[in-house]
Design a protein around this ligand. Structure first.
Ligand code: MG
Length: 163
């Protein structure tokens, strides 16, 4: 399945919302932004299981800049959707949501925003909402993706998937 991840407050903190991965000489050399602790092993585990990992943000940072931040940790997400591309595609489909992963063929979108979750319920795409303070976030994503059948978001459950 294709799993996409939001950037701000999901994988990259605004401040000190969550711990970040350690920086090696390579990450320092490439620069970019620090990413959430657990991202590297989660992305690798998802890819090992045959899933595609994408980034999907409404931020207008360039796709190359975002790629560089993840490459600094040895990660190369299959596809990067930034604010420019998102606006272009949603406009073409006359969709007024802030994001619409279904239009890109994404099976599951991981985000911190309750608003995106509401949009998922309205526009029919699957979301998994992670609290910035959740230290078990990576194992929750893996658990959800590993579950047979399509993940489901339950209304009123703050984005936690059905069990
Ligand atoms: Mg966000």
């Amino acid at each position: 399945m294709i799993v996409s991840f939001d950037i701000d407050n999901t994988l990259i903190p605004y401040g000190d919302e969550f711990p970040v991965e350690g920086r090696s000489p390579w990450t320092r050399l490439l620069g970019g932004e620090a990413i959430r602790r657990g991202t590297v092993s989660l992305f690798r585990a998802l890819e090992d299981r045959g899933h595609e990992v994408w980034l999907y943000t409404t931020s207008f940072r360039s796709r190359w800049y975002l790629r560089r931040s993840f490459l600094a940790y040895g990660l190369w997400p299959k596809r990067v959707i930034n604010g420019d591309l998102n606006t272009q595609v949603l406009r073409a489909h006359q969709c007024t949501a802030s994001k619409n992963p279904a239009l890109f063929g994404i099976d599951l979108h991981v985000d911190d925003s309750a608003g995106v979750r509401q949009e998922g319920l309205r526009y029919g795409f699957e979301t998994f909402i992670i609290e910035p303070g959740d230290l078990q976030w990576a194992s929750r994503v893996l658990e959800l993706v590993d579950r047979p059948g399509k993940p489901r978001t339950i209304p009123g459950d703050n984005g936690r998937a059905a069990r």
